[in-house]
Structures are given as structure tokens and as C-alpha cells.
Design a binder for this molecule. Structure first.
Ligand SMILES: C[S@@+](CC[C@H](N)C(=O)[O-])C[C@H]1O[C@@H](n2cnc3c(N)ncnc32)[C@H](O)[C@@H]1O
Length: 334
């Protein structure tokens, strides 16, 4: 079977080469889970960028369904006698595909890149065969929720931890407006959290569904956004409750939050044991970072000390903008 995966084009030429590298790694990781030896290579056809894959057996509908989660891929074709035959779209949209994209702000992590992180973490986890199950996705440095909204789009549950009250307020207004505008059934609840016997933050929780009937039957998904310090993750969430942990570390030199100027490495080091504890065995962490503020070896060292094993990938480091060179680490628990 020969497949041609058409990649999304990108206007920025400098970023295009990086995207191709990310698309290749994402596709390799997904094909690794299918357990069929596959050569994957880039090829330009008619001026458009494709990845050509030749698995040694036909893929099942379910396997093709997982390929539909490849974030860098716009369309999938089967190649027969040099002709490209489009395969039916298998987009995993549980709710509106626009949900992660409408809210624009400075410091937002690129949506397609974040979605690739989600797919790579899933492919490297023990849960790749359950890609359409109700997985729990945690972003412990959630900002205004890009990771979580992409998770909800797939029909997963989203859990975020974020220290900035104003970011959470903005997300709250957006979510409520989005549900109202689309006349979706939902419940919103705000509550206080107790951490180590003291008031330790606020939780905003939405429960919603893709249809009114499903909502009535209790077939729902949830988004929980915790306003608090990620160093308290273990106190906020149950042990072994998260399938995938996806996060984009702050790009500045200092985190400067929660009264501690301990830099990114200090905060990550303090938070990692908690992140490890709430992750299920077989779950994965996928973390991006600015190489100008923290070195890859520093992070992989801390991850290994906590018990994570680093997942081998090709180079994923890429230029983003002046002063930001982004890299990515995938690590697995168990
Ligand atoms: C790179 S941003 C994440 C952006 C996010 N992916 C988005 O697209 O909205 C990192 C976030 O970490 C948050 N942060 C920094 N220190 C924190 C801490 N100790 N606990 C929780 N959140 C923290 C910052 O407020 C910032 O919003």
C-alpha cells in the first residue's frame, strides 16, 4: 500500500523546513505504533509537499483513523498507478474545530505545533491504540488553554494548571461565550481548592457534550482549569489519573511567578515529581522549551532522575522567532 500525505503549507519559508522535520517525526512515531515496517520520505508533487509512506500491508480503517490525528497532514491519498486517490477524511472533531483557534493573544503556542505534540505523546504512550477513548490530558503550565482546547476537540478531557488569574479569566469568558454562541448544553462551576490544609487556588470546571441528547444521558466531557502553582500538582490531582501531559515551558529566562525567582529549571525540577505522580504508568510527557533559556540535557537529566525514560526521536529543534529556538522532549513513565 502506498500513501501520500499532503502537508499543510506554511507562509513563512524559514519555518517551513522545521515543519517538515516535525511532520516527519510525528508520522514516524505514529507508524511505529502500527507495527508495520514503513519507509517514510518527503517528496514534492506538483509543487506541494507530501510525505510518502509505503506500509508492507493494507491499513485497517482504525489504523487510518489514527493517521487522521496527524496534525501536520492536510489530506491523505492512496497512490495507485501514479494517481492520487483521496481517502475519506477522519478528523477527530468531537466539538467545533474552531474552538482552539478563535482566541488570539500574545504568547499563544502555535496550535498546529501543540496538536503535533499531542499526537506524538499519544503515539509514544501505552494508549495509542485507544486514541478515540476518553483520555485525560494535562497541561500544567496551561496559559489560556491551547493544549486543552485541542484535547477537547478530540473528545478528550482537559485539565490545566495556570498561575495567572487574568489568563484564566480570559479563558473563562471565552468558554462561556463559545458554549452560549453555539447553543451547546454545558454546566460551569467555580470552586475553591484546599492544598495542604490551606486555601490553594480556584478551580473552574465545565461539563459539556457534543449533543443535547448525549448531555442528558451523561455522555459528557470536561475541562478543569485550576488557578494555582504547578509545583502543587500532586495536591490538585489524583495519582495516576492523567494519560498525557503536554506543556510549553515559559520562554523567558525567569519564571518570576508564585514569589519564587528560581528560573525555569528550578520550577520544572520542583514540579516534576508531582507531574510524574499524576501521570498513569504508560503515560507520556511532551514538553517544549526555548533552548536559549534551558538546555536539553538539563531537562532530560531531571526527567531521568524522576523515573521517566526519554523517547528517542530525530532532532525536533527549530527556529520560532528572534530569541526563541524551540526544542521538544518526549518522556514516558514505565
Ligand atoms: C509558554 S506559556 C504557555 C502558553 C500556552 N501553551 C498557551 O498557548 O496559552 C507558560 C505559562 O506558564 C505559566 N506559569 C509560569 N509559572 C507557573 C507556575 N509556577 N504555576 C503555574 N503556571 C505557571 C505562565 O503564567 C504562562 O502562562
Amino acid at each position: 500500500m502506498k500513501l501520500a500525505l499532503l502537508l499543510y503549507p506554511h507562509q513563512n519559508i524559514r519555518y517551513r523546513a522545521s515543519l517538515l522535520q516535525i511532520a516527519l517525526e510525528e508520522t514516524r512515531l505514529v507508524f511505529d505504533t502500527l507495527e508495520t515496517p514503513t519507509d517514510i520520505h518527503p517528496e514534492e508533487i506538483g509543487g506541494a509537499q507530501f510525505l510518502i509512506c509505503q506500509p508492507d500491508r493494507p491499513l485497517s480503517r482504525r489504523e487510518l483513523g489514527f493517521l487522521g490525528h496527524l496534525s501536520s497532514v492536510y489530506m491523505i491519498f492512496e497512490v495507485r498507478d501514479e494517481a492520487l486517490l483521496p481517502l475519506p477524511a477522519q478528523r477527530p472533531d468531537y466539538i467545533g474545530a474552531d474552538l482552539p483557534y478563535l482566541l488570539k493573544y500574545k504568547g499563544k503556542t502555535n496550535e498546529m505545533f501543540t496538536d503535533s505534540m499531542l499526537t506524538m505523546a499519544l503515539a509514544a504512550s501505552a494508549f495509542s491504540r485507544n486514541y478515540d477513548a476518553q483520555l485525560n490530558v494535562l497541561d500544567p503550565l496551561a496559559g489560556k488553554g491551547t493544549t486543552l482546547l485541542l484535547a477537547l476537540r478530540r473528545g478528550y478531557h482537559g485539565i490545566g494548571i495556570e498561575i495567572s488569574k487574568s489568563s484564566i479569566e480570559e479563558l473563562t469568558a471565552y468558554m462561556n461565550r463559545y458554549f452560549e454562541f453555539h447553543r451547546m448544553k454545558y454546566k460551569y462551576q467555580k470552586s475553591s481548592l484546599t492544598v495542604y490544609g490551606k486555601n490553594g487556588g480556584t478551580q473552574h470546571k465545565w461539563v459539556f457534550s457534543d449533543s443535547a441528547d448525549h448531555f442528558k444521558d451523561g455522555d459528557t466531557r470536561s475541562l478543569r482549569m485550576i488557578c494555582g502553582d504547578t509545583r502543587n500538582t500532586e495536591a490538585f490531582l489524583k495519582a495516576e489519573s492523567v494519560h498525557l501531559l503536554i506543556t510549553d515551558l515559559p520562554y523567558g529566562v525567569q519564571m518570576g511567578t508564585a514569589g519564587k525567582q528560581d528560573g525555569i529549571l528550578g520550577t520544572v525540577s520542583a514540579a516534576l515529581p508531582g507531574w510524574y505522580c499524576v501521570l498513569k504508568t504508560g503515560g507520556t510527557l511532551c514538553m517544549s522549551f526555548n533552548t536559549h533559556t534551558v538546555r536539553r540535557e538539563q531537562l532530560t537529566g531531571r526527567l531521568a532522575e524522576c523515573g521517566f525514560s526519554i523517547v528517542e526521536t530525530g532532532s525536533l529543534a527549530h527556529w520560532v522567532e528572534q530569541a526563541i529556538e524551540r526544542d521538544l522532549i518526549i518522556a514516558r513513565k514505565g
